[in-house]
Design a protein around this ligand. Structure first.
Ligand code: ZN
Length: 181
């Protein structure tokens, strides 16, 4: 196991560990299945902290942007036909939701995982101070927003419509035969 910086991709001795969130776990699981998992510890080296911070902020912006776009598209696709007088349709709703999920999932293209903030607070107070000089608490907000958003942006297996309920009017031969007699 080696420590690898996610920005410069170099092996480093010490850095700021990346938080293992749902997306990272998903990627690791996929790599495990395809046999390409290298089991590196993902980090950000001190030299790349500023670059990393910009990437992370960009991702947070993109996540919000994509989520907003997805909601708008779903609302338009689903509501517009209803407003125009078309009858309610589950198929319409389903495809609107699928498209919305796809738009939201595109935010993954700029995905940048968060840092393990707890380790900063404890073991590396100077680093935390260097990253956010004045706003220790303020920085929590966008991170928490991204945290709330990230599960939704994790690539999900294609959703299938729920299986149709068994027909209620299944013939009951025994009763019918009895009634006929
Ligand atoms: Zn680096």
């Amino acid at each position: 196991m080696a420590n690898v910086c996610i920005v410069c991709k170099k092996e480093i001795e010490n850095g700021n560990p990346i938080k293992e969130d749902a997306v990272i776990r998903f990627i690791k699981k996929m790599k495990q299945k395809t046999g390409t998992l290298q089991n590196n510890v993902l980090m950000v080296c001190d030299a790349d902290l500023e670059t990393y911070r910009k990437k992370r902020q960009n991702f947070e912006k993109m996540a919000v942007l994509h989520a907003t776009a997805a909601v708008i598209v779903v609302a338009i696709l689903f509501l517009a036909p209803l407003l125009l007088g078309a009858p309610f349709s589950f198929v319409n709703l389903f495809f609107a939701l699928v498209l919305g999920i796809m738009i939201a999932a595109l935010a993954i293209l700029s995905y940048t995982p968060g840092l393990e903030t707890r380790e900063w607070a404890g073991a590396k107070p100077t680093l935390a101070g260097a990253l956010s000089p004045q706003e220790g608490k303020k920085r929590e907000t966008p991170q928490e927003i991204a945290k709330r958003l990230s599960p939704r942006h994790a690539p999900k297996p294609a959703q299938k419509p729920a299986p149709k309920a068994a027909p209620k009017h299944a013939p009951k031969p025994a009763q019918k035969a009895a009634r006929k007699k």
